[in-house]
Design a protein around this ligand. Structure first.
Ligand code: CMC
Length: 429
């Protein structure tokens, strides 16, 4: 049976039959609904894209009501427990799990592209001592396009592949250097003997020792956090990557746009905001007053609520467990008590229950990051490193999708029309 929608335009009495495919109608099909041939056709108004599909995608599946998240069909819980970040990155980019040979070749490629051109180091040195590391990451990822001018040849599959490898490999180097910069410490070069997460920890924390050896439990927890952040279908930053990428610009410029979007407090910047909020609340006694402020609209409970999840974010559950593993090494973060109590009260409170607001991925991740001695400014950088394979998988899908066009939403114009311009000397006379 072909599915369709019959629409009757009550302005004209005309009826239209619009095909339904995969639970959607094509917005362009509404364009035929017109008052007359001189008028533009009917359009949809959807600020924030709350009910508009912008692409067909086979990368990530989310069922927000049931709290399900799958990458290429594999449940996030299984990937977090049994896989590792580079294998998940391969899965996202290539669509399938790797064979042993494919996995070894992929890990080798990523591991041997971790170094950046020395001039990158020079310009990172040019940032102010208190530069936010997300600003530094965004600028340096964007700048990589100038080091690889061939990256603009996005129609060439081999060229696309090498840029994807470079970006996944170099993000930790750039993120770690942004961190060292704020601390006035020398930048540490990659150590290609180490795993992805271990090498990142080495570039962050190595001082005078010949070889940095992170606690394997910490490296594992970081790797798991990267997996949890690796993709999340059409969120704000992925939409930014796709939107900018639709102009056929190189992937570094498109991902830099994604990093800019992630920086905001309603998106990846929420983990930083959660920690600042928990510090501000300080102790369990202050929670009721804080919750009152949220309910009165004076505050937002950061790390709660999600556009898609109307149930517990599955990533938050896994992170809550990872907290235990990390705190075993670092000692318990005293803010954990405040967070747990905040969650308990919020989950019982009618305001949050009615709006189906649950903890999201950012609610507990900041506590782990802080226990690992990251300052809050670094939290979103960690999110960005984890999200890179997802952005790139989405970019790759976009550039190969024949349905895609340059992103160009419509608007409803509400301003003045056909005014007569009065020159300044007459207006000011
Ligand atoms: N605290 C208090 N009230 C909230 C919150 C919150 N965290 N989130 C939503 N609400 C209320 C909101 O005020 C609105 O109430 P009302 O119907 O009375 O006007 C209702 O819940 C619906 O919220 P919304 O803002 O229309 O929902 P949205 O889908 O546009 O926003 C969100 C989703 C994630 C931006 C929002 O929940 C929020 O601001 N959360 C805090 C920031 C945060 O934790 N962001 C991280 C998201 S997960 C990781 C990521 O994607 O980066």
């Amino acid at each position: 049976m072909t599915e369709s929608l019959t629409v009757r335009d009550n302005r004209t009495g005309a009826e239209y039959e619009i095909p339904i495919t995969d639970g959607t109608i094509r917005a362009a099909d509404l364009g035929q609904i017109k008052l007359n041939d001189d008028e533009p056709g009917l359009a949809t108004y959807d600020p924030g894209f709350v009910n508009t599909a912008s692409c067909r995608s086979s990368i990530t599946y989310i069922d927000g009501d049931k709290g399900i998240l799958e990458y290429r069909g594999y449940p996030i819980e299984q990937l977090a427990e049994k896989s590792n970040f580079l294998e998940v990155a391969y899965l996202l980019i290539h669509g399938d799990l790797p064979s042993k040979e494919q996995y070894d070749a992929w890990v080798h490629e990523i591991t041997f592209h971790t170094f950046v051109h020395e001039n990158v180091k020079s310009f990172m040195h040019g940032f102010r001592y208190d530069a936010h590391p997300m600003g530094m990451l965004m600028a340096s990822v964007g700048a990589l396009s100038t080091f690889y001018p061939e990256s603009g040849r996005i129609e060439d599959p081999d060229n696309r592949h090498i840029q994807i490898v470079r970006m996944i490999a170099k993000m930790p180097t750039l993120g770690a250097w942004a961190f060292r910069h704020a601390q006035g410490k020398p930048y540490v070069y990659p150590d290609n003997d180490l795993s992805y997460a271990e090498n990142f920890l080495s570039m962050l924390f190595k001082m005078s020792e010949v070889k940095y050896a992170p606690d394997p439990r910490i490296a594992k927890a970081l790797d798991t956090l990267f997996i949890l952040h690796a993709d999340h279908e059409q969120n704000c930053s992925t939409n930014a990557v796709r939107s900018v990428g639709s102009s056929q610009v190189d992937p570094y410029s498109a991902v830099a746009a994604g990093i800019g979007a992630l920086y905001g407090p309603l998106h990846g910047g929420a983990n930083e905001a959660v920690l600042k909020m928990l510090r501000r609340i300080g102790s369990k006694d202050n929670i009721p007053a804080f919750i009152e402020g949220v309910k009165n609209g004076e505050e937002r409970l950061m790390g709660f609520g999600h556009r898609v999840y109307k149930n517990y974010d599955p990533r938050a559950k896994i992170i809550k467990k990872a907290c235990d593993d990390v705190f075993e090494v670092t000692g318990v973060n005293p803010l954990l008590e405040v967070a747990q109590e905040l969650e308990r009260i919020a989950l019982e409170d009618e305001y949050f229950v009615k709006r189906r607001l649950y903890p999201n991925v950012d609610f507990y991740s900041g506590l782990i990051y802080e226990a690992l001695e990251f300052p809050p400014e670094m939290f979103t950088v960690l999110f960005a490193i984890g999200r890179a394979p997802g952005w790139l998988a989405q970019w790759l899908e976009l550039v190969q999708d024949k349905d895609q066009k340059i992103a160009r939403p419509k608007q409803i114009y509400t301003g003045a029309r056909t005014l007569d311009f009065v020159p300044a000397e007459e207006r000011w006379a």
